[in-house]
Design a protein around this ligand. Structure first.
Ligand SMILES: C=C(O[C@@H]1C=C(C(=O)O)C=C[C@H]1O)C(=O)O
Length: 270
């Protein structure tokens, strides 16, 4: 029977999140959970307003939304090259003056601006725009795109900056884009062990069913199946280990120093 007080979860609606949410989407704990799928910025708004108890949420939002706990051990990261978070530019990075920012994103828009300012030495004028490559590049020198939209972009004649690759070349670290984040006042699950183990089991089920995830993505993304498999196993990683925590601390420090978040705080886990 469905719970009268369901645990509500907001989930990023991108392929890179599919392994993490596979279990939830395929019946794991169905009697407890109510799922909503949206772009990252909307997921973050729902967690902030309390419309949901937890979410797979952009990492920067951990500094912006009070009283959150992180699910230990899990994240959406990229060890080196991500392929789906890119600045597409008509000019070399040092010459970018206007940058269109995908309104779906919260973390990558901050990363893009920090990289341009601190690594390439340019202060750009940022313009928030819906993720439409043509419209963005008609109005600006360059465009930041993320997720499935970025995977489908046409890149001929454009300079492509892969933001995880740039971060890695700069810091030697992976980059953490998103985390499972839970409100301290979240609905309590009346189950021994609570909600935490479900997140891990959901990813296990995703890993066991990777071919099914690849088959479904193949119909919509336009990459080959080996490319999609490589994306989900090498470009994206799901373990929050020591290097990822170090990277988050550095990113948070830079985000605060650049005025993108009010203040830093230590990582608190469930
Ligand atoms: C790797 C990605 O990371 C995403 C980027 C996010 C952001 O910029 O806020 C949020 C969630 C992630 O799924 C991607 O979208 O390609």
């Amino acid at each position: 029977m469905a719970s009268t007080n369901p645990f509500r979860i907001s989930i990023i609606d991108y392929l890179n999140a599919a392994p993490l949410n596979y279990g939830f989407k395929h019946g794991l704990g169905y009697e407890h959970f109510h799922l909503k799928f949206h772009v990252p910025s909307l997921c973050a708004n729902q967690l902030k307003s309390g419309e949901v108890d937890a979410g797979l949420i952009s990492s920067i939002e951990y500094l912006r939304i009070p009283k959150l706990k992180l699910v230990p051990g899990l994240c959406i990261a990229s060890p080196k090259r991500v392929r789906s978070v890119v600045i597409l530019s008509k000019v070399p990075p040092e010459s970018i003056r206007t940058l269109a920012l995908d309104t779906s994103s919260r973390t990558s828009v901050v990363l893009a601006q920090i990289l341009l300012r601190e690594r390439f030495g340019v202060d750009v004028r940022a313009v928030d725009m819906a993720p439409d490559q043509g419209a963005m590049l008609a109005q600006c020198d360059a465009a930041l795109l993320i997720g499935d939209v970025a995977m489908r972009t046409r890149r001929e004649g454009l300079i492509v900056l892969d933001l995880a690759e740039e971060w890695h070349a700069w810091t030697g670290l992976p980059f953490v884009f998103a985390l499972w984040q839970v409100r301290e006042d979240a609905a309590r699950l009346d189950i021994p062990g609570g909600v935490g183990p479900f997140f891990h089991r959901s990813l296990e089920m995703g890993r066991e069913n990777l071919p099914a995830i690849v088959d479904e993505a193949w119909r919509t993304i336009g990459w080959t199946k080996p490319e999609l498999r490589e994306y989900l196993t090498e470009n994206i990683s799901y373990s929050l280990g020591e290097a990822e925590r170090e990277s988050l601390a550095l990113f948070f420090e830079k985000a605060v120093a650049n005025g993108f978040a009010p203040e830093n705080k230590p990582l608190a886990f469930l």
